[in-house]
Design a protein around this ligand. Structure first.
Ligand SMILES: Nc1ncnc2c1ncn2[C@@H]1O[C@H](COP(=O)(O)OP(=O)(O)OP(=O)(O)O)[C@@H](O)[C@H]1O
Ligand SMILES: CC(C)(CO)[C@@H](O)C(=O)[O-]
Ligand code: BAL
Length: 282
């Protein structure tokens, strides 16, 4: 079946009505477009587990702090459509801001709670309220049985899972492992802004995570020291945070934490703010 593109809420609901009535498995893959191999992995997974695969492309103004970041976010709709067609997605929802926020912005929003102000939220105030608000809208518009997110945005998927639990939303979250370039750099739409030298510098993030994970047996402080040493040795990495959290709670992992640890790093490299994560198993 060829990819069908819709741009309005009404068209989207109409396109999915028969599938929903027939009780078919519908998977939603929410994205901001500029699709790459990371997104492709989410769509391939959705294709495997669901009867109907819906992808949304919407660069959500509500989750951007810096206007310049929003304005220069890469937009490549035609190439995205071609990739989705190749991957066998059924429906693309690509609304504009007017369609999603007819009053210019939601006065009713979802609040992410205290964790929404930490880590990514500390550098991007209001970001997670914007993410959870648009994810709620996309879930209500498409009413999927499954929604797919990437592990790379670990705090995002943690907060989405918690919202789904707290608000009793009837959808299962599927989390897909981070897809990396051959050299280890996590795929990200913002990587297109890195020149060759900055790309080389950006590799420091995944190297630091691997060094930290390799020190797992020596405890959390040793892991963070190992990761930090890699980052400190690199020029031009403006580190925001390198931290270890308990994956069950996202609270800082205590020094003597016995279970798995999620390592998180965020840094600015040249014009781009990058994040990466690794689960260090006990
Ligand atoms: N490298 C990746 N591997 C797996 N999933 C990914 C990867 N990159 C992004 N995703 C997931 O794809 C979905 C859409 O992400 P998004 O469109 O923001 O792409 P992005 O590459 O993360 O962009 P950016 O980091 O520049 O915001 C999210 O669930 C995200 O976690
Ligand atoms: C989930 C999402 C599509 C909401 O705008 C965005 O935060 C993203 O691309 O990860
Ligand atoms: N990848 C998460 C979406 C954002 O950076 O705004």
């Amino acid at each position: 079946m060829p990819l069908h593109t819709v741009t309005t809420v009404a068209e989207c609901r109409a396109a999915l009505e028969d599938a929903r009535r027939a009780g078919r498995e519908i998977a939603l893959v929410p994205t901001m477009g500029a699709l790459h191999e990371g997104h492709a992995a989410l769509v391939r997974h959705a294709r495997e587990v669901a009867d109907v695969v819906v992808v949304s492309i919407f660069v959500n103004p509500l989750q951007f702090g810096e206007r310049s970041d929003l304005e220069r976010y890469p937009r490549t709709l035609e190439a995205d459509q071609a990739l989705l067609e190749e991957l066998g997605a059924d429906l693309l929802l690509a609304p504009d801001a007017e369609q999603m926020y007819p009053d210019g912005g939601s006065s009713t929003t979802v609040h992410a709670g205290p964790l929404g102000d930490e880590l990514e939220g500390a550098s991007r105030p209001g970001h997670f309220d914007g993410v959870l608000t648009v994810v709620t809208k996309l879930l209500n518009i498409t009413q999927p049985t499954i929604v797919c997110f990437g592990e790379k945005d670990a705090q995002q998927v943690f907060l989405v899972r918690r919202m789904i639990r707290d608000l009793d939303l009837p959808v299962a979250v599927h989390e897909i492992e981070t897809v990396r370039e051959a050299d280890g750099l996590a795929r990200s739409s913002r990587n297109v802004f890195l020149d060759d030298r900055q790309h080389e510098v950006a590799l420091t993030l995944s190297r630091a995570l691997r060094a930290a994970a390799a020190a797992r047996a020596d405890g959390v402080p040793a892991m963070l020291r190992a990761g930090r040493a890699v980052l400190d040795a690199a020029d031009d990495v403006d580190l925001d945070y390198l931290t270890a959290v308990d994956p069950e709670t996202f609270a800082p992992a205590p020094d003597d934490h016995a279970g798995d640890v999620r390592l998180l790093v965020a840094a600015r490299v040249g014009p781009v703010r990058l994040i990466d994560t690794l689960l260090a198993q006990s």
